[in-house]
Design a protein around this ligand. Structure first.
Ligand code: PYC
Length: 308
């Protein structure tokens, strides 16, 4: 299986160029559903240890069904599929540029949650025009074991997020273990207390938001795998922009610089969406780190990944 690895502002992406399963016909959304339902062993073999890690997001390239799209992309991690993924889309754009498949300029990608636009600025930098993002619930308070009451908003930016400014400690790299523990507890409390995204969807990401010396805000983002986002999280910051806009704290055209827990940044602004919501635009950088063939040797007891 031919793959290209990259990182976007610190967060890894593995683009799968060949060797994926036959997902049949239909939209990228239909094929993503088949990947989720029928191909767990394939997904695990690519993203779980020993080939991958909990931080890794894979981007499976598939033929697009929407005319004019440069590619279709299905995202998944060690837990399952992601609807959209900001960092992996920037990583995919830079990978496609590395392969000479796209040049600087505007391109469209079909994702499971809709068509996104990539403006490739150079070989290492792109802006992604995301899907429409919105807040579902404001000021939800959950009782969290060991932390007490935690209040935040539930919002959509291509994945479901709980976004809170109630911090258990400073958003510093030295506190990552404490932040992981706190955000896992918050996610469990949301589940136990019946909070979901639209249609009963699992709120699989938790964002803690705090002050930054270099940007408008700094965040810590818990991902579905139980790991944290090294990048500022494109879909999470899209969801945050929706909340800020609904609170009257961000005007159309105004910029927002989001810093991650490791100090990397995205620059964002938003456009008006046709459905009445905001359409975030996320600008970030990515670098190719490896071009590899994954091997699946007969007799390897962990050929389809280590299951915890
Ligand atoms: O950038 O949207 C993102 C993302 C989601 C999970 C990890 N990164």
């Amino acid at each position: 299986m031919r793959v290209i690895d990259s990182h976007t502002e610190g967060e890894p992406t593995r683009v799968i160029l060949s060797g994926g399963p036959d997902l049949g016909a239909g939209s990228v959304s239909d094929r993503a559903a088949r990947l989720a339902r029928d191909h767990a062993a394939f997904r695990d073999s690519v993203v779980r240890e020993p080939r991958g890690s909990d931080a890794l997001v894979a981007a499976l390239l598939v033929p697009p069904s929407v005319p004019g799209c440069a590619a279709g992309v299905i995202y998944f991690n060690t837990v399952g599929n992601l609807g959209m993924c900001g960092h992996a889309t920037i990583g995919t754009a830079v990978t496609l540029a590395h392969l000479g498949r796209i040049k600087p300029g505007i391109h469209k990608l079909e994702t499971p949650v809709g068509v996104v636009t990539v403006d490739l600025h150079s070989g290492n930098e792109a802006s992604i025009t995301n899907i429409e993002s919105y807040r579902l619930h404001k000021d939800v308070t959950v009782a969290v074991e060991g932390l007490g009451a935690v209040t935040g908003d539930i919002a959509w930016g291509g994945n479901w997020f709980f976004i809170s400014r109630d911090l258990p400690c400073a958003l510093e790299q030295a506190n990552i273990d404490r932040l992981l523990d706190a955000t896992r507890r918050i996610r469990r409390a949301l589940e136990d207390q019946g909070w979901t995204g639209a249609g009963g969807a699992w709120i699989d990401h938790v964002v803690l938001l705090g002050p930054s010396r270099a940007a408008d805000a700094r965040n810590f983002v818990l991902c579905p795998s139980g790991s944290y986002d090294r990048s500022p999280c494109g879909t999470g910051t899209s969801a945050l922009l929706a909340c800020l806009t609904e609170d009257g704290q961000l005007e159309p055209g105004a910029g927002w610089v989001q810093e991650s827990i490791i100090g990397s940044t995205y620059r964002l602004h938003y456009l008006a969406g046709e459905g009445g919501q905001i359409v975030p635009v996320i600008r970030g950088r990515a670098w190719v780190t490896a071009e590899s063939d994954l091997h699946f040797s007969p007799g390897d007891p962990y050929a389809t990944g280590i299951r915890g």
